[in-house]
Design a protein around this ligand. Structure first.
Ligand SMILES: C[S@@+](CC[C@H](N)C(=O)[O-])C[C@H]1O[C@@H](n2cnc3c(N)ncnc32)[C@H](O)[C@@H]1O
Length: 522
């Protein structure tokens, strides 16, 4: 990657000032045998490298909690206390069902408590707009201003994902709506807080003035949070669970199941992979990065972002790695599966079109009805030392798909008044139902594969050619991974069906032998 020399200098100076700022934080430590390095040549921004061999269980750096940028440390809490009111959260965009939506309908978004996500966006925007006055300035300066997450891809870049479910999860429209209704009203209602008259205007960044500019800044902060922020666990968590909560403990949001989100300087300089060698421990007064195993000189110090598929890694962090492919998944819509049912199972025992429609409606009205199913491999998580010790293999279709097939046959039985012989047999005979499941799935999976615009082999060739770069390569990587899971699922279903067939043949020949020996005896 060509980088101009000014940009290069800014990048390297940014790392130096950040480290200098960090090392001067009261309570911070930074191991003398590690360093922040420029990894742009491998499209990985900054990362931390071991300068010499480091034993296991070494504290690599310590981050005092007071330096974390979050609801507990932000001065915004004194300036706009109402948005910190966690009992009065506008959860329009909070997609968990924890029932903590205590909206007062008469209040404007600027008077309501934010969820941890929107609150941190506001906190970061506030610090950004403070410029030199922000105590976090050297840290904010090394955070990214551009991203490779699909949120920022053009329609043509997105089209390279073909029919990956990732396309529907990018969430650009939802993010735009969240910014318009949750973020901008707070900023517009508090101009003196976000745009104070500056004694020295050159100290402040170019101030975004239009809604569009502010929305762009909010997107940038939202995407930074997505790729950089930590859920702040607390050592006090167990105490709190025992109902002996220290009311002074600001490190826990007092909402069940939710921890505060925070930006943790230095911890977020660690890149990550599915095999890793460091872990962030959350202590009471500080967080520490600790080596999980011996790290050799020159090795990158890596964290773990979780067992994420390539698509999810790309969606949240804007990169993909070979090792994460073990968690690749593919989604199969029930509709695609159902489309393959009539031809085979009702060929001789047909449902009239109106009966078929009634079955579909009945099934979809069931509380347990699922629109789609996730196919995944099975394999152990990384070991405590951060190593993957066994490969992940495709080991079966989701149980829920089999359960929904049963539900489907119950609907057929109901609609036909118990006159459809195939449905009756399928409900009684588990082995028969399994065979149907496998045969139908095999066809539906082949159909799903065809929904992508290119074949697995073509994608493999493309990736092997070395001609792909950046976003296009990552898109091809994601769709190739999904097709790979589809192939493995089809191979698995075929193997299972072959075994059923072999068992049937051997049962048959046992029966034939039995009859022959009986005949011989008479
Ligand atoms: C928490 S930050 C890590 C520090 C980051 N490299 C930086 O320069 O600020 C997460 C971001 O780092 C990059 N990243 C992390 N691990 C990576 C890896 N193994 N390969 C490439 N990029 C990686 C991605 O851009 C991701 O969104």
């Amino acid at each position: 990657m060509e980088v101009d020399s000014d940009e290069n200098t800014r990048f390297l100076d940014g790392s130096k000032s950040f480290l200098n700022w960090f090392e001067n934080l009261p309570g911070a430590t930074f191991h003398k045998e590690i360093s922040i390095e420029d990894l742009r040549h491998q499209n990985a921004g900054r990362g931390i490298i071991a300068k010499s061999d480091i034993p296991a269980d070494t504290v690599l750096f310590t981050i005092p909690r007071s330096s974390i940028l979050c609801a507990a440390t932000s001065p915004l809490k004194e300036l706009i206390p109402e948005i910190f009111d966690l009992d009065n959260v506008d959860d329009q965009f909070d997609d968990d069902d924890d029932g903590d939506d205590n909206n007062d309908e008469n209040k404007s978004p600027s008077q309501k408590g934010q969820n941890s996500w929107t609150l941190l966006i506001l906190i970061m925007m506030y610090e950004h707009l403070r410029g030199e006055a922000s105590p976090w300035k050297p840290y904010l300066d090394v955070l990214p201003s551009t991203f490779n997450t699909p949120m920022f891809w053009s329609p043509s870049e997105l089209s390279a994902l073909q029919s990956s479910a990732l396309v529907s999860k990018v969430g650009k429209a939802e993010a735009d709506a969240m910014i318009a209704t949750q973020i901008l009203p707070v900023i517009r209602s508090n101009p003196a807080v976000f745009f104070p008259p500056s004694s020295s205007p050159s100290d402040r960044p170019v101030v975004p003035t239009t809604d569009d500019e502010l929305a762009r800044l909010a997107h940038r902060m939202g995407s930074t949070i997505m790729a950089y922020a930590f859920d702040l666990e607390s050592d006090e968590a167990t105490i709190n669970e025992n109902n002996e909560a220290d009311e002074q403990d600001e490190w826990e949001e007092d909402r069940e199941g939710k921890t505060m989100l925070g930006m943790v300087p230095m911890a977020d300089m660690l890149n990550a992979d599915a095999e890793f060698n460091a872990h962030i421990n959350h202590g009471e007064a500080s967080l520490t990065a600790v080596s999980l195993r011996p790290i050799r000189a020159g090795e990158e110090i890596l964290n773990f972002y979780g067992p994420l598929s390539s698509a999810e890694l790309l969606r949240r962090y804007g990169y993909v790695t070979e090792k994460h492919a073990r968690w690749d998944v593919v989604e199969l819509a029930w509709e695609a599966f159902e489309a393959r049912l009539p031809e085979r199972f009702f060929a001789g025992d047909k449902l009239a079109p109106e009966q078929w429609a009634a079955v579909q409606a009945r099934l979809r009205a069931d509380d347990d009805f699922e629109e789609g199913f996730v196919l995944e491999r099975y394999g152990p998580d990384p070991s405590p030392a951060g190593l993957l010790e066994e490969p992940a293999v495709f080991g079966g279709l989701p149980d829920e798909l089999g359960e929904q097939l049963k539900l489907f046959f119950k609907a057929v039985k109901k609609v036909t008044g118990g006159s459809n012989g195939i449905a009756l047999r399928a409900l009684e005979d588990k082995a028969y139902r399994k065979e149907m499941l496998l045969e139908t799935a095999q066809k539906a999976l082949a159909d799903r594969e065809k929904q992508y615009g290119s074949s697995l082999e073509e994608d493999e060739q493309l990736l092997a050619s070395g001609r792909l770069e950046g976003r296009e390569r990552m898109a091809v990587w994601v769709r190739r991974g999904e097709k790979q899971v589809l192939r493995e699922a089809q191979a698995w279903a075929k193997k299972e069906l072959d075994e059923i067939l072999r068992n049937k043949i051997s049962e048959q020949s046992k029966d034939d032998e039995g009859r022959a020996s009986k005949r011989r005896r008479f």
